[in-house]
Write a protein that binds this ligand. Structure first.
Ligand code: PNS
Length: 158
């Protein structure tokens, strides 16, 4: 297979995200992890911080690079000459959320979306839940790559 784009908010990257990225890196000769900016959403991490953390956590993966984008995702793919999106699925809840976007991206620009199941151990892990637990003093170390864990700990004052 050739190149693919793995888009997301990544606020922040979790071990579930990293599992998907690692699996895709083995199967696509080139994988771009693209942090998509949502100007309406104030995250825990700036876009620069998210990009930097993903770069640190994927440095061991040949063929993976990190980018950022604000706007329609299909425009990003067209501009960079990609036609495939890859996304992780944790459960049927993700499926319900992802299918309309995948269909829309196909209608808009003929972009296909490939889905990869996360490992069951990460099925309950989301960036938002991890942030909530961390803010309330819970231990989120098992759910985050080490550089991300340190960054979250610093954000919540630990
Ligand atoms: O990690 P997330 O928040 O589930 O990622 C969702 C994301 C950013 C990939 C999705 O919202 C997206 O593609 N946003 C870019 C704007 C866009 O193209 N919207 C139309 C989608 S059909």
């Amino acid at each position: 297979m050739t190149g693919a784009v793995c888009p997301g908010s990544f606020d922040p990257l979790t071990r579930g995200h990293l599992f998907v990225i690692e699996q895709c890196a083995q199967r696509f000769s080139e994988l771009v992890v693209t942090v998509v900016v949502n100007p309406a959403k104030q995250g825990m991490f700036t876009i620069d911080e998210r990009v930097e953390l993903i770069e640190q956590c994927t440095a061991h993966l040949p063929g993976v690079r990190v980018d950022r984008w604000e706007g329609l995702l299909v425009d990003y793919l067209a501009r960079n000459d990609y036609s495939t999106i890859v996304k992780g699925l944790r459960s049927s809840v993700d499926f319900e959320y992802e299918v309309p976007m995948a269909q829309m991206n196909r209608d808009l620009a003929g972009i296909e979306t490939f889905f990869l199941l996360t490992e069951p151990q990460w099925a309950h892990v989301s960036s938002s839940l991890v942030k909530e637990v961390a803010k309330l003093g819970g231990d989120v170390a098992p759910f985050l790559p080490e550089p991300v864990y340190s960054a979250v700990a610093a954000k919540v004052g630990r």
